[in-house]
Ligand binder design. Sequence first.
Ligand SMILES: *Cc1c(COP(=O)(O)O)cnc(C)c1O
Length: 375
Amino acid sequence: MSSTASVAALLTIDADAVVANWRRLAAMAPAAACAGVVKADAYGLGMAEIAPRLAAAGCRDFIVALPDEALALRPLLPAAARLYVLGGLFDSDDVAALYARHDIRPALNHLGEIARWAALGARLGRKPPAAIHIDTGMNRLGLGPGELATLLAEPDRLGGIDVALWVSHLACSEDAEAAMNAEQLDRFTAALARLPSAPASLANSSGIFRGPGFHFQLLRPGAALYGINPTPGQANPMRDVVRLTAPVLQVREVEAGMTVGYNATRRFGEKTRLATLAAGYADGYHRSAGNRGVVHIAGRPAPVVGRVSMDLITVDIGDLPVDAVKPGDCADLIGPHNPVDAVAAQAGTIGYEILTSLGARYRRRYAPLDSRNSQ
Ligand SMILES: *Cc1c(COP(=O)(O)O)cnc(C)c1O
């Protein structure tokens, strides 16, 4: 595509690639089930589009962070699908009752939540299912060593609960060399040996790549489903999922000594040409990519020059033939030549933050990436 009427940045999301990524991760652990982590609107890519496709592919376990995310997701899923909320009960009987009504399972993060969920079960006259989060070193959520000891000493605390899943979360999973991976695995395994038997889950996306010992009975990938590389430093085994294009609004020549953009942060040593693109930090193109980012246009990389503005970025197209770029042409901000992880590195962040910051101003379409223009 070159100069069709592109009036706003366009975000193309390949939901089939998400499903292919899920199948690929699931195949790495044939004896385990593979969940779909779809919190934060499926990492910004649209839970309502993606979760039903994962369910149709056979995914039976879905994971979100917040009660509202679970309420939005429940009607989109088959009745048999299990839906877990990592944030737990939020210290609230109302939230607990809501979960019970809508067949939503909390991850219980401390003894108070276990007691609250058991009390709800007593009122309902049944044992409601839940995951229980065991902290093995992340120190964010989950029962710490003291609470775990209490639970082991007083197993009746679990009497009113159907423990459907033991969960723990890795702190350094993307780093194959980190000693903490094995330490957390050891702590989790030791805890499981003393707890009532139930399926267990330790591995996020990168954790799956740490080996079969990390797989247990349920994988919990998020990022890798959405094309983020779970093996940094090695080739990305996942398929790309997003392409973000923005139209050129104007092309201009600048003379040696001129500057571009707010605060004149870039001064040109020689005459060059610039293209101004209709996307900026309000669209999730991070301001930290000013003078560092690279877009792809007319088959070539073009560096972002000057500050990223709210609605605009400027790129140097001086290396391209004159007339190679015209207003109405599109540049890839994210695409096959500049995937999410590369864009993240240029902006000094991680792919997770790039995806979850994608703004609401894009036109969005769900379509295979390979059917779109390759410029
Ligand atoms: C977000 C999250 C995941 C998914 O992690 P990825 O690195 O995106 O695969 C899994 N488990 C927990 C507890 C999480 O918070």
